[in-house]
Design a protein around this ligand. Structure first.
Ligand code: GRF
Length: 203
């Protein structure tokens, strides 16, 4: 598969996916990185690995429709099979989500629907989980739809929260991300994720 990664932050999941490709665990290629932050570590990683980079910054467009069109055209022109969101906070244009329905996945650092939605990303999630004295947290890998964090869930894995502070909880959750995000991508490579008529997932 040709994979497009969307990332704007540290890029550790992106880097982990590249590692799984170089180890031969994944057969796909990351053929495009889209980011809205030119100075992010994710962009540096793409640069270091000779991966084509497209920076699309919504703020630079006076016409939102133009931004949407550019976003769609960039993806269309790269022959992409799967779009993998890995730390990309901005909402995708509806025309992208509609055209690539069930071909865009995201990883979220909580057990959705808990602690999802606008503003719920990164440390905000872990802080909220700890403040609420949750006993469990974890990861959710899901399809991307028009609304934040609300597409069909493909996979979830939980961990005990114990007496973790937010940094330690983040580390534990990220360890799950590094293990399971590549495994789910592999299921897409092997066409093992099938959508039943009622949109329930089967593996
Ligand atoms: C991950 O924790 C993921 O759950 C969320 O964004 C974070 C990205 O981290 N969607 P990184 O940039 O891959 O290190």
């Amino acid at each position: 598969m040709n994979i497009c990664v969307l990332a704007s932050g540290k890029g550790s999941n992106f880097n982990n996916i590249l590692q799984k490709i170089s180890e031969g665990f994944l057969k796909s290629k990351v053929t495009l990185l889209i980011s809205d932050k030119p100075d992010s570590n994710a962009v540096q990683i793409a640069h270091d690995n000779n991966i084509p980079i497209e920076i699309i910054n919504k703020e630079l467009f006076s016409d939102v429709k133009e931004y949407d069109k550019v976003f769609l055209n960039v993806i269309n022109s790269h022959n992409i099979d799967l779009i993998v969101m890995a730390g990309y906070i901005k909402k995708l244009p509806d025309i992208v989500v509609d055209k690539y329905e069930h071909k865009i996945i995201n990883i979220h650092p909580s057990l959705l629907p808990a602690y999802g939605g606008k503003g719920m990303y990164g440390m905000n999630v872990h802080r909220a989980v700890i403040n609420a004295q949750e006993k469990l947290s974890g990861i959710t890998i899901h399809f991307v739809t028009r609304d934040y964090d609300s597409g069909e869930i493909i996979f979830q894995k939980s961990i005990d929260v114990e007496n973790d502070d937010e940094n330690f909880l983040m580390e534990k959750v990220q360890a799950l991300e590094y293990k399971y995000y590549p495994e789910i991508i592999k299921l897409f490579e092997e066409e093992k994720i099938k959508l039943k008529q009622n949109f329930n997932m089967s593996f």
